[in-house]
Design a protein around this ligand. Structure first.
Ligand SMILES: NC(=O)c1ccc[n+]([C@@H]2O[C@H](COP(=O)([O-])OP(=O)(O)OC[C@H]3O[C@@H](n4cnc5c(N)ncnc54)[C@H](O)[C@@H]3O)[C@@H](O)[C@H]2O)c1
Length: 461
């Protein structure tokens, strides 16, 4: 695949629409020739199964049930922890009483729970994947087999080998006319879409530099103290509970926290970077035993020589920043600031980001993109529009892994190197049971393998 292929925005201008509509008509004819699974005008209730009932899964189910385009209900839930499932069920039921029909015999716990939950759906319904991303390709494989539409959270892969699997699965899903959304919700941001259009119209000249910052104190499960006697669960379940700490489960804090910034910058550049070099370090670790660095400074290079600099730091007491910024030959722009939404997109005539230089600013607040991404997916299902965000989501996940591998090895890593890398972090993941061994194990001192830039250079640990 061409790493610099354009990143199609969800909104097109009328001009672009007219240019592509002839091709689209031909494409639509082809799609309608493929049978449309499940959903019909006669049976228009969309059923949902939630797989991974944590914070985001609960939020994604709520976003789905908030769509007003037609009947939609939650009918099955799956998790590896019963208490997570129960808590999520109670929360969703409280807010969407009549749209939740998940009796105990459709609440499933265990590593095969995903299959049982998807077995409750009919072709054309939607499976939501909000487990740690290491499991994504396993769950997606089964959804395709069952003819289900899917919403999967970001990241969608954690390493090169699983990205290759995901790209193949994207094609299988397309061949079955399945609709698949990926939770890179910034791609559904109205403000960013208008900014992109203005960049394409030349308002900022050529984009030469992008800068992304995600710097804050410890969040999520990225920093983990040693397992204690009180942690009665198995090593595997304990690692899953602390998934930001283990690269096999999440891609680490780098993949989980930085992917949105990397992806939105690449969207504005309308290209994917071809290589990365980076520095990273572990400073104040205390007794933490996770596999993360606590700061990352990454230089991504695009084919035209333009750069994306990413600064990621998870440390208390330091300057904090959460932003993506673009610099062009004729001006600069804010892509995001102080969170993912509302995006305060604006263009400046100079490079200084000062109020008096603002030449365009997105008016008001944009709609919540966590809701908009669902409106787009459900619209595609109800109206049988081609919809598959997997290649984009897998490429964003891969490019994220490219920067992480550069930081963890101390090497320059190219797009082709990360794509073709042979280090699969969790090769037995599809066969996990409650008694399986974990993919990484601690040594006698309770320490897990960590990246050693310059010492271990052909793999990340
Ligand atoms: N788009 C966003 O802005 C956004 C925000 C937060 C999280 N996320 C993504 O959502 C995913 C989940 O994150 P979270 O914060 O909700 O984590 P979480 O720990 O709160 O939830 C994950 C849930 O998945 C369950 N689980 C783990 N392995 C499972 C398996 N094999 N089968 C079934 N259930 C399993 C866990 O027990 C847990 O309940 C991650 O990929 C994360 O990056 C996206």
């Amino acid at each position: 695949m061409n790493p610099t292929e354009p990143n199609t925005p969800f909104l097109t201008t009328r001009r672009e629409f007219l240019k592509t509509s002839t091709k689209a008509v031909a494409g639509a004819a082809l799609v309608s020739a493929i049978s449309r699974p499940g959903y019909t005008a006669e049976s228009n209730t969309i059923q949902i199964a939630l797989i991974g009932c944590g914070g985001r899964g609960t939020g994604a189910a709520a976003d789905a049930l908030s769509d007003k385009s037609g009947p939609i209900k939650l009918v099955a839930m799956a998790d590896v922890f019963a208490d997570r499932l129960k808590g999520s069920y109670a929360e969703i039921k409280k807010n969407f009483k009549d749209q939740v029909d998940v009796p105990e015999d459709r609440q499933f716990v265990g590593f095969d729970a995903y299959k049982k939950a998807m077995d409750c759906l009919k072709p054309g319904d939607i499976a939501i994947f909000a487990t740690p991303p290491g499991f994504r390709w396993v769950h997606f494989t089964y959804a395709i087999e069952k003819g289900l539409n899917v919403f999967m959270e970001k990241p969608v892969t954690v390493d090169g080998p699983t990205t290759r699997k995901m790209l193949k699965l994207a094609e299988d899903a397309k061949a079955k006319n399945l609709k698949v959304g990926v939770g890179l919700m910034c791609r559904h941001s109205t403000a960013r879409a208008e900014l992109l259009q203005r960049i394409k119209d030349g308002q900022m000249g050529d984009i030469l530099l992008l800068r992304a910052y995600r710097m804050h104190g410890p969040v999520g499960s990225a920093f983990t103290s040693p397992k204690t006697e009180n942690d009665k669960m198995s090593e595997l379940l304990w690692q899953i509970q602390h998934f930001h700490s283990f690269l096999w489960a999440s891609g680490g804090c780098y993949s989980d926290f930085y992917i949105h910034h990397i992806d939105e910058c690449c969207w504005m550049k309308d290209a994917w970077p071809i290589k990365a070099q980076a520095i990273a370090g572990r400073h104040y670790r205390g007794d933490c035993i996770d596999q993360n660095m606590d700061n990352y400074s990454v230089e991504y290079t695009f084919a035209d020589g333009a750069k994306l600099f990413l600064e990621g730091r998870t440390m208390t007491g330091c300057h904090e920043e959460f932003a993506s910024l673009a610099h062009g030959s004729k001006g600069s722009a804010i892509i995001s600031n102080n969170g993912h939404y509302p995006a305060p997109c604006r263009i400046f005539k100079g490079q200084n980001f000062v109020d008096q230089d603002v030449v365009w600013k997105f008016p008001g607040n944009e709609p919540n993109p966590y809701r908009t991404e669902w409106n787009h997916l459900i619209d595609a299902i109800r109206n049988d529009k081609p919809y598959n965000e997997v290649v984009r989501g897998a490429t964003a996940s891969l490019v994220t892994s490219m920067g992480r591998m550069a930081a963890h090895t101390g090497e320059i890593i190219t797009y082709d190197q990360i794509l073709n890398s042979t280090h699969e972090f969790a090769p037995a993941i599809q066969d996990f049971t409650m008694t399986s061994a974990a993919p990484v194990l601690a040594d006698a001192k309770g320490l897990y393998p960590i990246p050693q830039p310059g010492k271990v250079t052909d793999r990340e640990y």
